[in-house]
Design a protein around this ligand. Sequence first.
Ligand code: 4AD
Ligand code: MG
Length: 463
Amino acid sequence: MMTRRIADILKNGQPDESVKVQGWVRTKRELKDFAFVEVNDGSSMANLQVVLNPDLADYATVIKQLNTGASVEVEGVLVESPAKGQRIELKASSAKVFGEADPETYPLQKKRHSFEFLRDIGHLRSRTNTFGAVFRVRNACATAIHNFFQERGFLWIHAPIITASDCEGAGEMFAVTSFNLDKVPRTEKQEIDYTKDFFGRPAYLTVSGQLEAEIMAMAFSNVYTFGPTFRAENSNTSRHLAEFWMVEPEMAFCDLQGDMDLAEEFLKYIFKYVLETCAEDMEFFNQRIDNSVLATADNIINNQFERLTYTDAVKLLEKADKKFEFPVSWGLDLQSEHERYLAEEKFKKPVIVTDYPAKIKAFYMRLSDDEQTVRAMDILAPKIGEIIGGSQREERLDVLEKRIEALGMDAKTLWWYLDLRRFGTVPHAGFGLGFERLVQFMTGMANIRDVIPFPRAPLTVEF
Ligand code: 4AD
Ligand code: MG
């Protein structure tokens, strides 16, 4: 018999149907004449209730083995459930235990565990309700992202992870080494030249796939990357990871206006998709994690995002009747507290801030006629702060060359990037969405380490 997923059984299963399920025991309740076991296979928040009767082969042994965490395969017949809260349950005709879990040592008990505790047992936390819901929603977000771009004819490109260029120019790159450190005597370790480490040349883990996306956009018009990126910033916050996933669309023949329009449509699309496909999980987040999750989703889908320039944002922040820890003044970057004030308190919805001072933004952003600002945009989300960063790119060779020189960057290493401006240059624009920040925004999870299966942040590399 084919194994059926529990989500499908709970939704579509009919009385008298024979089914086989496989999963892990969540709870067991032994009564005098029978036992209930709740089985979960990760396909849904809800468990399937299995009823085991003493006429089952090896009843006593099986019941003894079926503790929380044990893996099991059950065959039987679906029956209408007399109990409240579930439509259907499974009357077992056979049960096979694959692996027991000793109740004395299995770390997941029926009580609620703190997320800190669960982070320490990252290999087991996906078996809890919260992390089950988080990773199903994360999967749905990824599906929505691909659907969105594929429906619009964007080509998914695979940007490299090992790269020589610092896209953001912030010097936050992890160096890649081809040395086997274990084979280098300890005393020589200090002498390794990390600038020549990748078989004689410098190489790093990518901070962004944008520059490669620009190359591909100059051939395919509309492309996107979706992959891991790395930042060697030692930020121990609930919004930063050393390894995070980024989605980066890049559009040829597009300006900042088109960029913002696409980003707004994109976020709305993802929220709609997740509400439709993960209704039960989203309900759970709203009830158990953050009671504004569903209202936020509704707000995103149905309201236009606020749009204002950096200059106007600074004016608002200067007038705000709130004490900020960091100073606000034209020319300084917005801090997370400023971003959150704008999105959370001032406008109570996502805010798109545009036209930042050139001095605080990356070399590739298009210089405006005022020569002070660039065609940049950041989308700030309530409770998250910056969730998307993007811009129209500098497509004029002479202006770009000047900018690179002014920043003291080495134009020689960017010869290929400049070539794109020499041969068939066009106005183009794109943005980067921090995928984990999106999942945080969607689920209300407070810590970014709890929305990625294997978080990499200072002090967290366990596997
Ligand atoms: O604003 P950022 O640095 O922009 C870029 O990398 C551009 N090259 C994107 C582009 O235009 N194609 O990063 C983009 C987004 C941020 O808005 C934030 O959501 C997320 O990536 N992000 C992080 N997420 C988790 N941990 C970190 N350390 C992050 N740094 C940035
Ligand atoms: Mg940014």
